[in-house]
Design a protein around this ligand. Structure first.
Ligand code: SAM
Length: 307
């Protein structure tokens, strides 16, 4: 559906909105950070479409992708490539255009620019130059996944992509053990199995995990389970090693200290192999914590796992 088709929908509400939109202010000399769809082409705001219509130039991550996207809305604009290797240089060009009174749109390949995407440096430098930056809100994979995750009983913590190197990934995950907030990760399909195994190794089997795959696309899947069941779910269908993922992980219980989090992690691993008594004895040796307290914790972990 392109912009013309949208305008032809016989909806009074849309007609009113569309008329109102042309009367809204989109000041010149401003950098507009414009969210674009993360899958479904219709997930773009009316304001975003209007701004892309009146922008003098569009700075984008990949000119081929953006040209294709814009042409689907019936739009054709000069494009400048703004990717992670040229952000500084492009920011200087954008600043000159803004100082000359142009409206510049900044978009990425999908979702909200500058969120795990190029654009953050451009925004920073434009602000440092004393110029205006305005966001045009819209799709973001992280917020979409979070809203449908059922993991909003806690605060949330956006992490984005973990390091690709296993040792660095492990170090970062260890540093997140005591975080009492739902953690949001982005992951590439070819790393989803390795990353899930790493999450399991560090956080143990009990925490809830949500896989939000191919959001707003034909094969969208949102699956929630315990971390201990996650690898089996991923491996149950080879399609699950493809597609885009947001992974959400339940945080530590509020009030849990680092010792408790570590005790839970160690006990979870041991309980998969030994009795409650053996697990408590071994966990006491590993963590240096009291055996009786670990025994009680092991009993409650075992009860939760059989719920
Ligand atoms: N700036 C984008 C945003 O606001 O969502 C994110 C860009 S980041 C380079 C791309 C990552 O976002 C993908 O690797 C995946 O983790 C996630 N992602 C993007 N689109 C998605 C979708 N439709 N379903 C699930 N995850 C998606």
């Amino acid at each position: 559906m392109n912009q013309t088709d949208l305008a032809n929908i016989p909806s009074l509400t849309y007609a009113n909105l569309s008329e109102a939109l042309s009367k809204q202010r989109f000041p010149a000399g401003t950098l507009y950070v414009v969210a674009t769809p993360i899958g479904n082409i219709c997930d773009i705001s009316l304001r975003a479409l209007h701004l892309l219509t009146i922008a003098d130039v569009v700075a984008c991550e990949d000119t081929r992708n953006t040209a294709q996207l814009m042409s689907r809305y019936g739009l054709h604009k000069p494009l400048i490539a703004a990717h992670q290797h040229n952000e500084h240089e492009v920011a200087l060009k954008i600043i000159k255009r803004l100082q000359a009174g142009e409206r510049v749109a900044l978009v990425s390949d999908a979702g909200t620019p500058a969120v795990s995407d190029p654009g953050a440096k451009i925004v920073d430098l434009v602000l440092q130059a004393g110029l205006a930056v305005t966001p045009l809100p819209g799709a973001s994979a992280a917020m979409s996944a979070l809203s449908a995750s059922g993991l909003l009983h806690q605060e949330f913590y956006f992490i984005g992509f973990l390091p690709a190197k296993a040792s660095q990934r492990e170090t970062q995950l260890q540093s997140l053990l005591a975080v009492c907030a739902t953690m949001i990760f982005y992951e590439a399909p070819h790393r989803i199995l390795d990353t899930t195994q790493a999450l399991l190794n560090v956080f143990g089997a009990q925490r809830q995990i949500v896989f939000a795959r191919e959001l707003s696309k034909l094969f969208e899947e949102i699956h929630r389970c315990r971390l201990g069941e996650a690898m089996a779910w991923l491996q149950a269908d080879t399609h699950r090693e493809k597609g885009e993922y947001v992974v959400l992980l339940e945080g530590a219980a509020l009030g849990a200290d680092a010792d408790q989090v570590e005790a839970e992690r160690v006990l979870t691993i041991l309980l998969a192999e030994c009795s409650v008594k053996q697990a408590a004895t071994l966990a006491a040796q590993i963590t240096g914590q009291k055996k009786n307290a670990l025994y009680q914790l092991a009993l409650s972990l075992q009860a939760t796992s059989t719920d």
